[in-house]
Design a protein around this ligand. Structure first.
Ligand code: GDP
Length: 197
């Protein structure tokens, strides 16, 4: 099935899952380190420019942002992690907010975990993956900025992601570029597959 995005609008920013927008609909969440290319990826999927804010100040947005798509489901932009300049207390608050969202969400279909293919997998990426696994939350790994590296390096980085996260060969990783739109159709197809018929 092919998913066509016909409509997208920003709905609400929340810090607590109890404030999630109504009606309750399937949710697809996006997570990753600050600067991983999350806003660019969401903009690319939605065919919008400057919609999900392309972060000028990494780590500034500390809210969970809901976007309604086609009146059918939500994209949920989770605040970026791993920003060096935030305090330990703030990091703990971030962790609590995200964990609370992920653990109490029966509408969450999938969390897309974005890994920067230029930078490669980092310790906090691994921590997130291990936590998702432990809590049995379905995730899809997307490797971002694939246009910035050669095919050779891309293959190496994908292999490294696979090894670092202990993923078997049959677990797909989607290389993505918001510049040349690599991977866009694949991500939309995955979403279409997870939506109720
Ligand atoms: P966020 O902090 O995760 O939302 O990241 P942004 O979407 O703001 O992107 C961070 C930086 O990476 C910006 O300078 C983007 O222009 C750049 N960027 C994001 N995605 C891509 C991509 O697919 N290819 C290239 N070449 N640059 C990208």
């Amino acid at each position: 099935m092919k998913l066509k995005i016909t409509k997208s609008s920003f709905v609400k920013s929340i810090v607590d899952i109890k404030d999630r927008p109504k009606p309750f609909l399937p949710e697809f969440a996006f997570a990753g380190r600050s600067n991983v290319g999350k806003s660019s990826l969401i903009n690319c999927l939605l065919n919008r420019k400057n919609f999900a804010k392309v972060s000028k100040q990494p780590g500034k947005t500390r809210t969970i942002n809901y976007f309604l798509i086609n009146e059918d489901f939500y994209f949920v932009d989770l605040p970026g992690y791993g920003f060096a300049r935030i305090s330990g207390q703030e990091q703990r608050r971030w962790k609590q907010m995200i964990e609370n969202y992920l653990l109490n969400n029966e509408y969450l279909k999938q969390i897309m975990v974005l890994i920067d293919l230029v930078v490669g997998p980092q310790k906090n990426d691994l921590q997130l993956i291990e936590w998702l696994r432990y809590n049995q939350i379905p995730f899809q790994i997307i490797g971002t900025k694939s246009d910035r590296i050669s095919r050779n390096i891309r293959e190496k980085q994908l292999k490294l992601v696979r090894q670092s996260f202990d993923l078997s060969e049959d677990v797909p990783i989607i290389p993505f570029s918001s510049k040349d739109r690599t991977g866009r159709a694949q991500v939309l197809a995955l979403i279409a597959k997870l939506l109720p018929a």
